[in-house]
Design a protein around this ligand. Sequence first.
Ligand SMILES: NC(=O)c1ccc[n+]([C@@H]2O[C@H](COP(=O)([O-])OP(=O)(O)OC[C@H]3O[C@@H](n4cnc5c(N)ncnc54)[C@H](OP(=O)(O)O)[C@@H]3O)[C@@H](O)[C@H]2O)c1
Length: 192
Amino acid sequence: MADLLRAGNIRAIGVSNFSPAQMDAFRAVAPLHAVQPPYNLFERGIEADVFPYAQKQGLAMLAYGALCRGLLSGRMTAETSFPKSDLRSGDPKFNPPRYAEYLAAVAALDRFAREKFGKRAIHLALRWVLDRAPNTIALWGARHPAQLDPVQDVLGWKIDAGAMAEIDKIVAQNVRTPLGPEFMAPPERAAA
Ligand SMILES: NC(=O)c1ccc[n+]([C@@H]2O[C@H](COP(=O)([O-])OP(=O)(O)OC[C@H]3O[C@@H](n4cnc5c(N)ncnc54)[C@H](OP(=O)(O)O)[C@@H]3O)[C@@H](O)[C@H]2O)c1
């Protein structure tokens, strides 16, 4: 990768699902410009390590799972079910008893988004990722072009500190036993 960068064949180098220790090892042999961790307003584990590391090292952060596998889209209901082949069928967030808690949180976030910003939960969730740090990108898995329509409502506004705190309160009030992204992220790699 370092050779490709030096030769001008690539403009930047990124890693995904690396821990800070793994990024340190990587940076000992090649420059690093971007990291891709799981991150959304329900799954904030990286705030303990990868997020501050990325800020300190000036890495762009491409957060994947920004909609928490569709949970934050606002489209899911108690009746939504997933085939066995779907990753979500094995994630406790999408199964009783936690699913109801997460759905209640999304409904409350949707109310908040409408009242405070004239937006919906999906816009709030994507904006939330973008407003956590200046160099943060929200990756969002659209399965067909129409699922990208919300893009225009994500642009041109910001979530201020007060609204961030309100969002934290809504999540804490509704999700009593929060879970991380471990059911989506691949198992941690062996030391780089
Ligand atoms: N580096 C890694 O280890 C890693 C791991 C996972 C993902 N990723 C990357 O991150 C991207 C996003 O992750 P993700 O797809 O897992 O999670 P996501 O963006 O949190 O959720 C994607 C799901 O959200 C739903 N959705 C998207 N747009 C919607 C809309 N406008 N309205 C309603 N529902 C909507 C779709 O659900 P339905 O399918 O039910 O329509 C889709 O399956 C992936 O495409 C991939 O490139 C990287």
